[in-house]
Ligand binder design. Structure first.
Ligand SMILES: Nc1ncnc2c1ncn2[C@@H]1O[C@H](COP(=O)(O)OP(=O)(O)O)[C@@H](O)[C@H]1O
Ligand SMILES: [Mg+2]
Length: 451
C-alpha cells in the first residue's frame, strides 16, 4: 500500500488516470442511480396506466364478469396477473352471490387508485364506476408489480455497464498516449554520448513540456560553452608550453656538445630525458585537445592497410629496439569513409601502446576485416594485457597501470576514446589469449560509411 502511495505521489500519469477513472466511476454511479429510480417510476406509471386501460375497456365493451372456480389457467404468471371484479355492493353483485369473488376487497374504497392490504398481501387497486353504474375494481399484486418494475429498471442500467469499462480503457489509453512524448524524449536523451550537447528539438513537443525542454537546451548550451572553454584552455596551455620546452631541449643539446666534467655530463642525462618526457606529454595534451574538439573534418575514403603501413614506418625503430615481430596480418584491405588524420592518430596510439607494453621478442599483429558492413580493426599483442577490473578506468586521462616499467603520459587511450566518440566508433578491449588471460586485443568497430 505504501509502495502504491509513493508511486501515486511520484507519477502524474498515475494520478491523472486514477482521478479520471474515479470521476467516471462517480458519474456512472450517480447516473445509474438516477436512471434506475426514473425507470422504476416509469414502470409503475405504466402499470397504473394498464389498470386504467383495462377498466376503460371493460366499461366500453359493457362486459359481464364470471369468476372461474378451481385453479387459475394463468399458471406461472399468476402473480403478475390483473384481477378484475365487482365491488360487492355493485348492482350485479346480488346476482352473483353464489360466485366467490377473487379478492375480498373492502367495499368502502373510493373511485381511483389506492394500495390496499388484502389478507397480508398488498394490492394496487383501481376502482371505477361504469356507465351502467356498476363499481368495478381492477387489482394487481404490489409485489409482482415491483418485481416487474425492478427487472425493467435493471435492464435500463445495461448501457452503463458496457460504457464504464469502455470509458476506462479509452482514458488509460489516452493518458498513456499523452505522456508518450516525455518517454520518447527521455529515451532520446539517454542515447546521447557525453559530448552530444546539441539542443533538443522542441518543435513537435506539447506546449506543456516545451518550457522545460527550452530550459534544458539553455543548460546544454552553457555546459557546451564551459566544456569548450576548458578544452581551449588545455590546448592553449599546451601550445604555450611547447615553445619554451623546445628552447629548453635545444639548450640541453647545446650544453651536451660543450666540454664538461664527467660528473656534470652524468647529471645532464636525466635532465635531457626529463625535458623529452615533458615534450611528449605536451604533444599528447595537444593531441587530446585536438581529438576532443568537435569540428567537422574532411572525410575521404581511406585504406586501412595504408594507415597501418604509415604507423609502422613511424614506430618501427621503437619495435626493432625491442626485437618485436610486428606486421599487418591478412591480405584483405578495407576502405572506410573517415578523416585520415583521425584514423592515423587512433591506430598510432594503440600500436604505440602495444609496442611499449609487450616484452622483448613478442609479436604484434594489425588486422582488419569487414563484418556485416562494419570494419573491425584489431591490434593484438603478446604483452600482459589489461586486467578486467582495470579496463573500465584505463581510458581515463592520466590513468596508468603501475609496474609496467614504461614511461608515458597516460593520455594515449583517452585520445583513442575521444576520437572514437567523435566519429561514432566503438572500442572493445579483450585478451589476445583468452585462455591464459594475456595479451591485449583492442578492436575498433567503424561504420565504413560506404554503400
Ligand atoms: N597493449 C597494452 N598492454 C598492456 N597494457 C596496456 C596496453 N595499452 C595500454 N596499457 C595500459 O594502459 C595504460 C594507459 O595507456 P595510455 O592511455 O596509452 O597511457 P600511457 O601509454 O601513456 O601510459 C598504460 O599505462 C598501460 O598500463
Ligand atoms: Mg600510450
Amino acid at each position: 500500500m505504501d509502495g502504491f502511495k509513493k508511486r501515486l505521489s511520484e507519477s502524474v500519469q498515475l494520478r491523472l488516470s486514477l482521478a479520471l477513472s474515479l470521476t467516471i466511476l462517480l458519474v456512472a454511479v450517480v447516473a445509474s442511480v438516477f436512471a434506475f429510480v426514473s425507470a422504476l417510476d416509469e414502470a409503475h406509471e405504466l402499470q397504473d396506466e394498464t389498470l386504467h386501460q383495462v377498466a376503460i375497456l371493460f366499461d366500453r365493451q359493457q362486459m359481464t364478469l364470471h369468476y372461474p372456480h378451481g385453479p387459475d389457467p394463468a399458471g406461472d404468471n399468476e402473480e403478475s396477473r390483473v384481477v378484475i371484479q365487482y365491488l360487492i355492493d355493485g348492482r350485479n353483485a346480488s346476482a352473483n352471490t353464489d360466485e366467490t369473488l377473487p379478492l375480498p376487497l373492502p367495499t368502502t374504497l373510493a373511485d381511483g387508485l389506492s394500495t390496499v392490504d388484502v389478507g397480508g398481501e398488498a394490492f394496487r387497486v383501481l376502482v371505477r364506476t361504469t356507465a351502467r353504474g356498476e363499481r368495478i375494481a381492477v387489482a394487481q399484486e404490489v409485489d409482482a408489480r415491483n418485481k416487474d418494475a425492478r427487472e425493467s429498471a435493471w435492464r435500463s442500467l445495461l448501457p452503463f455497464l458496457i460504457l464504464f469499462p469502455v470509458l476506462l480503457l479509452v482514458v488509460s489509453d489516452l493518458v498513456r498516449k499523452l505522456f508518450r512524448p516525455i518517454a520518447t524524449l527521455a529515451a532520446q536523451i539517454d542515447q546521447r554520448a557525453e559530448q552530444e550537447l546539441h539542443p533538443i528539438d522542441e518543435q513537435h513537443l506539447p506546449t506543456e513540456i516545451r518550457p522545460f525542454v527550452v530550459a534544458i537546451n539553455r543548460l546544454l548550451a552553457r555546459v557546451a560553452l564551459s566544456m569548450d572553454s576548458q578544452r581551449r584552455f588545455v590546448a592553449d596551455a599546451a601550445h604555450e608550453l611547447r615553445s619554451p620546452m623546445t628552447a629548453l631541449s635545444l639548450q640541453a643539446e647545446r650544453l651536451a656538445a660543450t666540454e664538461m666534467p664527467p660528473q656534470a655530463r652524468e647529471r645532464l642525462q636525466p635532465l635531457s630525458l626529463g625535458i623529452e618526457r615533458s615534450r611528449q606529454l605536451i604533444d599528447q595534451l595537444l593531441s587530446l585537445a585536438a581529438a576532443q574538439f568537435a569540428s567537422q573534418r574532411p572525410q575521404t575514403s581511406v585504406s586501412v592497410h595504408a594507415v597501418y603501413r604509415r604507423v609502422l614506418e613511424d614506430l618501427l625503430p621503437l619495435a626493432e629496439r625491442k626485437q618485436l615481430d610486428i606486421g599487418v596480418e591478412g591480405v584483405e584491405d578495407v576502405q572506410v569513409m573517415i578523416n585520415e588524420m583521425d584514423l592515423f592518430t587512433l591506430v598510432k596510439n594503440l600500436t604505440d601502446n602495444a609496442i611499449r607494453y609487450t616484452p622483448e621478442g613478442g609479436k604484434i599483429d594489425l588486422c582488419v576485416d569487414l563484418i556485416q558492413g562494419n570494419a573491425r580493426l584489431q591490434i593484438k599483442d603478446t604483452g600482459p594485457g589489461i586486467a578486467l577490473e582495470e579496463q573500465a578506468r584505463i581510458f581515463d586521462p592520466f590513468y596508468r597501470s603501475l609496474g609496467s616499467g614504461e614511461t608515458g603520459s597516460g593520455l594515449g587511450l583517452s585520445i583513442v576514446k575521444a576520437i572514437a566518440e567523435r566519429i561514432g566508433a566503438r572500442v572493445e578491449l579483450d585478451f589476445s589469449d583468452k585462455l591464459n588471460h594475456s595479451g591485449l586485443c583492442v578492436s575498433v568497430w567503424l561504420n565504413t560509411g560506404l554503400r
